[in-house]
Design a protein around this ligand. Structure first.
Ligand code: UT7
Length: 334
């Protein structure tokens, strides 16, 4: 009997209605549309507005759509993994809040934090439970409300990030589809270049930390850029090599959307044309854990059963990785 693999059988997504445009950012910080567009590829990003609206609001909407499209009842779900860097609260896990919102009464769940690589880490983790035969329906969410940790007085970060959520359903298959290979990496020595200074156990919130604006993303952009280009391209090329995939075998690169220049460099290293690359950065910016599932959500109608996908990410930690997935269904699940 052939081995059990985890295949993506549906995708749901959600982005808030409010679009923060480059033009509006020009009124907030010393920047301009030309600079942002040429350096990042971003034109606008979505922002979740409203009091007490956390990441779980977006994640819940994404999962509700996923369940509707895959005709799955919440009681059938075994496990919910929520990849996020902006949980509603430090505890309990946002995955549990989502489970309660949707009525997933027989599931268990946990959050997973790997910054911009979170969705890939979640996908690989969820797949292990399917491949081991432990569970049959695993929901993997990538969701972040980045606007909650962005300093809208800092032009080097506020132009990049946005809010959004995507979710996939993983189920077992013995057909030749699904997650075929993954290569995940991390390197904690990258922490000084990209982190949140306060709010954790090392530096809990105080009046001083708030006054010093330490609860916002700190990023040394140019340094992170260098690592991102190298690692995302290396790991994508590596996963192609070890699966004997050539450029012409790749149907889609599904990259983390941090900067269009990083995405293009990865595609060039893989030898594939830009027409095989999923881009959402112009309209959603960098939604951290949300970027890869939101790409799948946006391009779902173009995907065909048997397509070879390379998903690749790089983010805070540092964390990075790539997965090789054979897509399991045609077009849009209704
Ligand atoms: O997703 C998680 C991982 N994160 C990433 O992958 C992000 C990687 N980094 C980047 O994408 C880029 O480094 C940024 C988009 C953040 C910055 O682009 P850059 O081309 O690396 O610019 P830079 O930081 O080297 O800054 C160049 C200049 C500086 O001015 P001076 O010192 O040359 O006078 C900045 O102060 O651009 C200035 N600058 C801006 N100018 C207008 C920085 N931000 C802005 C801005 N508008 N928003």
């Amino acid at each position: 009997m052939s081995e059990i693999r985890a295949v993506i059988t549906g995708i749901g997504g959600y982005v808030p209605d409010y679009a923060l445009t480059n033009k509006e950012l020009e009124t907030m910080v010393d920047t301009n549309d030309d600079w942002i567009t040429s350096r990042t590829g971003i034109k606008e990003r979505r922002i979740l507005k409203g009091k007490d609206q956390g990441t779980s609001v977006m994640a819940t909407k994404a999962v509700e759509e996923l369940l509707r499209k895959t005709r799955t009842s919440p009681e059938q779900i075994d496990l919910i993994i929520c990849a996020t860097t902006t949980p509603d609260m430090i505890f309990p896990a946002t995955a549990n809040l989502v489970a309660d919102n949707i009525g997933a009464k027989h599931s268990f769940g946990f959050d997973l934090q790997a910054a911009c690589s979170g969705f890939l880490y979640g996908l690989v983790t969820g797949a292990q439970f399917i491949e081991a035969g432990t569970y049959r329906k695993v929901v993997v969410i990538g969701a972040d409300k980045m606007s909650s940790i962005i300093d809208y007085q800092d032009r080097t970060t506020c132009i990049i990030f946005g809010d959004g959520a995507g979710a996939v359903l993983l189920e077992p298959t013995q057909e030749p589809y699904g997650l075929r290979d993954s290569h995940l990496r991390s390197d904690g020595s990258g922490a000084p270049h990209l982190h949140l200074k306060a709010g954790g156990s090392r530096r809990p919130a105080t009046v001083e930390t708030v006054t010093a604006r330490e609860h916002f993303v700190y990023q040394e952009g140019a340094a992170v850029f260098k690592y991102a280009v190298k690692h995302m391209a290396d790991v994508s090329a590596d996963i192609m090599k070890r699966n004997q995939l050539h450029a012409e075998d790749i149907d889609w690169l599904v990259p983390h959307q941090a900067n269009k220049r990083i995405i293009d460099a990865t595609a060039e290293r893989m030898g594939i044309g830009y027409d095989k690359v999923m881009y959402t950065i112009h309209k959603y910016g960098n939604t951290t854990s949300g970027t890869i599932p939101l790409c799948l959500w946006d391009y779902e109608s173009k995907l065909k059963k048997g397509d070879n996908l390379i998903m690749a990410a790089f983010g805070g930690g540092f964390t990075w990785g790539a997965t090789y997935v054979i897509w399991g269904y045609d077009g849009k699940a209704s």
